[in-house]
Design a protein around this ligand. Sequence first.
Ligand SMILES: [Zn+2]
Length: 200
Amino acid sequence: MILNLFFPKKCLQCGVVGVYICDSCLKKVSPGRLVQNHYSIFKYEGVIRKAILALKYKYATDIVHELSKICATKLKRQKIIKSKSITLVPIPLHKKREKQRGFNQVGLIGKEISKQMNWKYMPDLLVRSKPTTPQASLKGSARQTNLTGAFKFNPKHTKNTTHNILLFDDVYTTGSTLKEALKVLREEGYKNIKTLAIAR
Ligand SMILES: [Zn+2]
């Protein structure tokens, strides 16, 4: 693969050749948390943190593939997520930012996870209605204000409010992004919504 010329495949944490996420580095990452309706697969640290960051800044399909496989393996063991009729909805990027970056990494990995889990994937059930400042650069209440009104239900979809929705983001920091998206779907009448992040 041509990308390997530019990003030789090495563990993002220890440098061992052959994979981006090696088993021994993966074992050092602590498991995430299951809190009510939210599940984070990992703690945001070590090789998982490096993989999520790498996805944001360089497009490497191999990283998406490795990371989604690892996530799916963990998810299959997690009872709360075990439902046959899940629809995964990734947190959308604003069109302008998606255009700048060329892709939405949350969508890419969400799509792969859905495929491996046999879930439905609905990338545009929600749309980002205003560009927001990256959450990481804001503190406390500014994060919430920044996100208010950020998402809208996409009117091109028919409302199927009985669907089991799994809202998906890469990182759970304060949870405000997922909570805001969840609020929008609740207001539309959706009843069964859980949230999922790769890491917290
Ligand atoms: Zn390693």
